[in-house]
Ligand binder design. Structure first.
Ligand code: 6PG
Length: 468
């Protein structure tokens, strides 16, 4: 009896995903070159009829029912190509390879074209939710070959997270849509994480909240409209004791954030498309600034910081909750705007409501807000920007003043809140019917004869600006 599903790469994600597949009554076979990982999976799987694995590639491929459904959960980049090359000689026409990693979307298009020539189906599927998600139900974002996806669909629907019973997986669109959507998911993830940490900084430095109070605050927020995975785990983080010494672990962690690239790609690609995503851009920049720890220490001594102005704790917490809610909305708005335009530019055919819908559970950016976002795009599939959705006007207008107050307060107190201020600035600019960019056009025309258009008449104009 052959196995229903194959998986290459038995790291934490791969092992958990395969166990999830077998929990859902599909048989699965894993492959990894590392014998220990293979053994660990077989042991954890408990029943070799349901879950099995081998370090030998041919044994792995031969164990699978045809058309073979082989998912790769290996680090993005060169390794994906190496694994694909090693699989090709063992596969038959019609077999399906699914790349479940955070591959760059153009790599997916390249691999798709390459494998199509060989008669092998290939598509990228973003998988979000970390190790626990992979085990208990991730959000899955497949795109590309729709026929091939249909073959895998029952398995993905079974293993995915469920939101009120609905599977958090759906076909995202043509070509590399799956990886692209996951990339923007991660860009939004970067933005939300940055915002959440800025608010922590304010509450701690200005409000003097202890870790216990921080825990209580985030936990309370997680009961309300800010309910989300990131707020939930943040609340938890504040309760973790340091197992290597005294005190709380969070205070001992080096304040340098690493990154594997997906946030940066989101920003870079947004620039290429001409879509503003400043809340994501600044989140990437802040990870870069964080890396400059040695310089930051010297500069801190050189310049110092103003003492935070006195502020009432309860008032600060209220402002923080409202400002965070506002900035979360604005960050989702930017990421979804990018997806809307990318879908047109790359001919993905994405349905934003469907994307928001499968983000409601399982993934890292899951949040109560995503239910409202799904509704907004269902009400108007042509929505250009979430901020234009009638249902969001009240949510934003009732919280923006707190964002203003908090940004002003933080600026005066020397506490950096760039995610919050970029979100506010984006909002203020996006909602300005008149911006001062007429002056930029005048300057461009002045020094470079770049021409300008006018408000009051059609046409392209140029002025000889030079003073006599
Ligand atoms: C997810 C995450 C995951 C990502 C990590 C690390 O959706 O499960 O996005 O795919 O790899 O968040 O990303 P960085 O190392 O770039 O922070």
């Amino acid at each position: 009896k052959k196995y229903d599903f194959g998986l290459v790469g038995l790291g934490v994600m791969g092992r958990n995903f395969i166990l999830n597949v077998s929990d859902n009554n599909f048989t699965a076979f894993g492959h990894d070159t590392d014998q220990e990982k293979v053994d660990a999976l077989i042991e954890e799987g408990g029943n070799a009829q349901k879950v099995n694995a081998s370090t030998d590639l041919k044994t792995f491929v031969d164990a699978l029912s045809v058309p073979r459904k082989i998912m790769l959960l290996v680090p993005a980049g060169k390794i994906v190509d190496i694994v694909i090359e090693s699989l090709i000689p063992h596969l038959d026409k019609g077999d399906i390879i699914i790349d479940g990693g955070n591959s760059f979307y153009t790599d997916t298009d390249r691999r798709d074209a390459y494998l199509e020539e060989k008669g092998i189906h290939f598509f990228g599927a973003g998988v979000s939710g970390g190790a626990k998600g992979a085990r208990k139900g991730p959000s899955i974002m497949p795109g590309g070959d729709a026929e091939a996806y249909k073959v895998v669909q029952p398995i993905f629907e079974a293993v995915s997270a469920k939101y009120k019973g609905e599977p958090c997986v759906a076909y995202m669109g043509r070509k590399s849509a799956g990886n692209y959507v996951k990339m923007v998911h991660n860009g939004i993830e970067y933005g939300l994480m940055q915002l959440t940490s800025e608010i922590y900084d304010l509450l701690k430095k200005a409000g003097g909240l202890t870790n216990e109070e921080l825990h209580k605050t985030y936990a309370e927020w997680n009961e309300g409209r800010l309910q989300s995975f990131l707020v939930e785990i943040t609340a938890d983080i504040f309760t973790e004791k340091d197992d290597k010494g005294e005190g709380d672990l969070v205070d001992k962690i080096l304040d340098k954030a690493k990154q594997k690239g997906t946030g940066k790609w989101t920003s870079q690609n947004a620039m290429d498309l001409g879509i503003p995503v400043p809340s994501i851009d600044i989140a990437v920049s802040m990870r870069e600034i964080s890396a400059l720890k040695d310089e930051r220490i010297i500069a801190d001594e050189l310049y110092g910081k103003p003492t935070p102005e006195a502020i009432d704790k309860a008032e600060l917490i209220k402002l923080a909750e409202e400002a965070l809610y506002f900035a979360y909305i604005v960050t989702y708005a930017q990421g979804l705007h990018q997806l809307t335009d990318a879908s047109k530019e790359y001919d993905y055919g994405c349905d934003i409501a469907v994307i928001a819908k499968i983000w409601r559970a399982g993934c890292i950016i899951r949040a109560a807000l995503l239910a409202d976002i799904t509704d907004a795009y269902n009400d108007n599939p042509e929505l250009k920007n979430l901020l234009l959705a009638p249902a969001f006007v009240e949510k934003v207008t009732s919280t923006v003043d707190s964002a203003r107050n908090l940004v002003a307060y933080a600026a005066k107190s020397g506490i950096p809140v760039p995610g919050l201020s970029n979100s506010l600035t984006y909002f203020d600019a996006y909602t300005s019917s008149r911006l001062p960019l007429n002056l930029i056009q005048a300057q461009r025309d002045y020094f470079g004869s770049h021409t300008y258009e006018r408000l009051d008449m059609e046409g392209i104009f140029h002025t000889e600006w030079e003073a006599e």
